[in-house]
Design a protein around this ligand. Structure first.
Ligand code: SAM
Ligand code: SF4
Ligand code: SF4
Length: 371
């Protein structure tokens, strides 16, 4: 099958499920079939990126022939804000902008300002964060803060220049990502979190140097298990470094103490340096599934709603929005979709047939939905 057709196909997933749900009463959480409330919304604002991380956008697939979404297909900032307003009314307390590379979307701070105006039913501002590769952060950090962004997470997979270049498959200097991190901290987008995806034999020699660099900085480094998202990265379990190994390697150098605050929606396991130099985290998406506490919905750049990172089909919210649906209609649609949700892919990853590819379906790509 041609690689281009495959991406086009998945975006043509069927439209909204016709189910129309009972809206929860005020103060009542919107729950899915596994009693999980809707709490987090990730909004992917573009499927484009200036990096070609080998685990996310392998260059031989995302090459000059790859068809990215045309701009007219993307939700406008006003459409995104209108959708987000409904999500917040239905229980979302945290919004994360992502991509592709979200800072490539022109005037992204205008969207941040629109989202910063939203209020929960209790009158609070939802937490507003953004995940970025850091390449444009030094330039943008202050404008993002001024627009109302609360925090940023920066993806950085190595301190060593050569390993960084190999992981990101770009010639962008890692020193400029570090400058972006410091600019974010200086602007008050704190605590800055740093996400490092670990691939065995590619960048696992960077675990200790990264920890050494960020210890005591106030930034929070988190190690992420390499996941089988999408269908293009040729994922292989042999390349996963289990979080337990990461923690063991760190603990050989610095004594660690477990921090316990796990609750619904938390994904990172947190560890404090016993000497008080801050904390590190591990995200064990592969070896320790956290589907039971998964409270996330994901909105794609052209307005498809996905309920799991490993979904093959989304629900077309853009059709509703552009069709003139009012907030009540959008809320009913969202309630119906969430109440029917039963996703728990990571709990069944190892089962024969759990992979949608076994039935000829294609998982969405990380660069499209944004993690
Ligand atoms: N471009 C931005 C960035 O890199 O931070 C935002 C989008 S990126 C898709 C979001 C996050 O997904 C990044 O932290 C990236 O490292 C992570 N990611 C992408 N592919 C992954 C994979 N196969 N396994 C684990 N994490 C992955
Ligand atoms: Fe781009 Fe982020 Fe994917 Fe890397 S992980 S290719 S920076 S979208
Ligand atoms: Fe959530 Fe799906 Fe990941 Fe499970 S596999 S934690 S349901 S996104």
């Amino acid at each position: 099958m041609s690689k281009v057709i495959f991406f086009t196909d998945q975006r043509k997933a069927p439209g909204l499920s016709p189910a129309l749900a009972r809206l929860p009463l005020p103060g009542e959480p919107l729950l899915d079939t596994r009693e999980r409330p809707l709490r987090d919304l990730r909004i992917s604002v573009t499927d484009r990126c200036n990096f070609r991380c080998t685990y996310c956008m392998p260059r031989d697939v995302f090459d000059k022939h790859h068809e990215f979404l045309p701009h007219r297909d993307l939700l406008t900032f006003e459409e995104i804000a209108a959708a987000a307003r409904v999500f917040v009314a239905m229980g979302v307390r945290k919004i994360r902008l992502t991509g592709g590379e979200p800072l490539l979307r022109r005037n992204i701070e205008t969207l941040v300002a629109l989202l910063a105006e939203l209020r929960t039913p209790e009158g609070d501002k939802p937490e507003l964060t953004l995940t970025t590769n850091g390449s444009l952060l030094a330039r943008k950090a202050q404008a993002l803060k001024d627009a109302g962004l609360d925090r940023v997470t920066v993806s950085m997979d190595a301190l060593d220049a050569d390993v960084f270049a190999r992981m990101s498959d770009s010639d962008f200097p890692v020193t400029q990502v570090l400058e972006g991190i410091e600019a974010a901290a200086a602007a008050g987008l704190t605590p800055v979190k740093i996400n490092m995806v670990v691939r065995k034999g590619v960048n696992d020699d960077q675990i200790v140097p990264m920890a050494r660099h960020f210890r005591g900085s106030g930034h929070i480094l988190r190690f992420i298990e390499y996941m089988d998202v999408g269908s293009t990265n040729g994922w292989n379990m042999a390349e996963v470094v289990p979080s337990a190994d990461v923690v063991a390697r760190l603990a050989q150098v610095w004594p660690l103490r477990a921090l316990h605050d796990e609750g619904m929606g938390r994904v990172a396991e947190r560890w404090a340096y016993a000497d008080g130099a801050g904390e590190v985290g591990v995200i064990s998406s592969v070896t320790h599934a956290f589907c039971g506490g998964c409270t996330r919905a994901r909105l794609s750049p052209e307005g498809r709603l996905f309920l799991c990172l490993f979904a093959t089909q989304g629900h077309d919210l853009r059709a509703l929005i552009r069709g003139g649906a009012d907030e009540t209609r959008l809320a009913q649609a969202l309630a119906g979709i969430w109440q029917a949700r039963g996703d728990n892919y990571s709990e069944h990853r190892a089962d024969a047939g759990a992979d949608p590819r076994a039935t000829g379906e294609h998982k969405i790509e990380m660069s499209y939905i944004g993690g």
